[in-house]
Design a protein around this ligand. Structure first.
Ligand code: S3P
Length: 417
């Protein structure tokens, strides 16, 4: 197995790229988005916004968005969100503030994901929303919205952002409370665009009838994409890797906390602020890992990293227990089922719980033919598992990495040559 000794940059942050497009679209004036993530999910958001009358040009190094102000234009066609939950859920908040009717569809995976969670608050605010039994296609006709204070049972940045974006169209102040604080990119960016946003613990509020001012956004590297190579360097013996310019927002740092608990040598250098988002270089060295426990309270900080943490746990000494992670069953695929079935094929000792995983390590993995279930994060997790497996691994539908990290296989190939 080749050791990993490298310095890399990973894909720009997906969550921030979506928000930059949507918030620029409803701002007044022209915004420039630098280091935008040109990947399938964010292109879905871009195409939906274009159909809603927003002028967007996608140049090599930056995306330029000519904002329409809060009011968008009626689309003649149905919007297609592709594979992207963030596109549907965030855009629905904006569409709830528009007087016309919009329909959104998506691919097979997105069409099975729950949308009821956004229907409830948007209807309470006065929008008219129809779905197919809580799933896509969704139909939204909005207008003047009422303020609400929504107490959510789940921690979800997509749901929170949906309510906050709809709140921009309501009178006075709309609030959202969640059990644990989810990623806060929407709050940070709305502030940068001039909205009045108030944060108090797990409650966020926004003042409606806002006037957003165009501004430039720099998108840092995505810690969720970095996570694959962070774990690669942690588990492949004699490795040392530097990943430059990664977003280190505290609401996304669960992966770093977990790895440190597992005994990993990880440091962060060159910390700077880039447009209200912190960024730094992550340096990671391989070491013997020990098992850890991850409970419900920590899940929102590492929601997308659980499949790759499961891979690390197969190489760690002891029993890693992950609970309170039921939300993983309604991601791009059922990620608890997918990662446990495919790592089992590779020889891992992994038990699926209703809301989590139990993984015993360390185990020598074997190469196998494994399925990504067309889920980008499963494909990339299995690729990293293959680095510590004996024999070759074939990943079905491995091109699905284009959803969030189009350059993944390139970097992977160079690194492991
Ligand atoms: C995201 C929030 C998370 C995450 C998803 C992106 C976002 O989803 O899993 O990949 O950009 O707000 P939930 O908010 O539904 O947990």
């Amino acid at each position: 197995m080749p050791k990993i000794r490298d310095e890399i940059q990973v894909a720009p942050d997906k969550s921030i790229s979506h928000r930059a497009l949507m918030i620029s679209a409803i701002a007044e004036g022209t915004s420039r988005i630098k280091n935008f993530l040109n990947a399938d999910d964010c292109i879905s958001t871009m195409n939906c916004l274009k159909k809603l009358g927003v002028e967007i040009s996608n140049k090599k190094d930056e995306v330029i968005v000519k904002g329409n102000g809060l009011k968008l234009k009626e689309s003649k066609e149905i919007l297609d969100a592709g594979n992207s939950g963030t596109t549907v859920r965030l855009l629905s908040g904006i569409l709830a503030g528009q007087e016309f009717l919009t329909r959104i569809t998506g691919d097979e995976s997105l069409s099975q994901r729950p949308m009821k969670r956004i229907v409830e608050p948007l209807e309470k605010m006065g929008a008219c929303v129809k779905t197919n039994n809580g799933c896509l296609p969704i139909e939204i006709k909005g207008g003047n919205l009422n303020l609400i204070h929504y107490e959510s049972k789940i921690s979800s940045a997509q749901l929170k952002s949906c309510v906050l974006l709809a709140g921009l169209y309501a009178d006075n102040i709309t609030g959202f409370t969640e059990p644990e604080k989810s990623r806060d990119h929407t709050e940070r960016m709305l502030k940068n665009f001039g909205a009045e946003v108030f944060v108090n613990g797990n409650t966020v509020s926004v003042r409606g009838k806002a006037k957003l001012r165009a501004t430039d956004v720099f998108v840092p590297g995505d810690i969720s994409s970095a996570a694959f190579f962070i774990i690669a360097a942690a588990i492949v013996k004699n490795s040392k890797l530097k990943i430059k310019n990664v977003g280190i927002n505290s609401t996304r740092m669960g992966i770093v906390d977990v790895l440190r608990r597992m005994g990993s040598h990880l440091s962060i250098e060159n910390k700077i602020e880039a447009g209200n988002e912190p960024m730094g270089d992550i340096i990671i060295e391989s070491t013997d890992l020990k098992a850890t426990e991850i409970k419900k309270e920590e899940i929102p900080f590492l929601i997308d990293e659980i499949p790759i943490i499961a891979v690390a746990a197969t190489q760690a000494n002891g029993i890693t227990r992950i609970t309170g992670a039921k939300e993983l069953r309604v991601k791009e695929c059922d990620r608890l089922r997918a990662i446990s079935s495919e790592l089992t094929k590779m020889g891992a000792d992994i038990t699926e719980l209703e809301d989590g995983l139990i993984i015993k390590g360390p185990v020598k993995l074997n190469g196998a033919k494994v399925d990504s279930f067309k889920d980008h994060r499963i494909a990339m997790s299995l690729a990293i598992a293959s680095l510590v497996a004996e024999g070759s691994t074939e990943i079905i539908d491995k091109e699905c990495v284009n959803i969030s990290f189009p350059n993944f296989w390139n970097i992977f190939g160079k690194m492991t040559k």
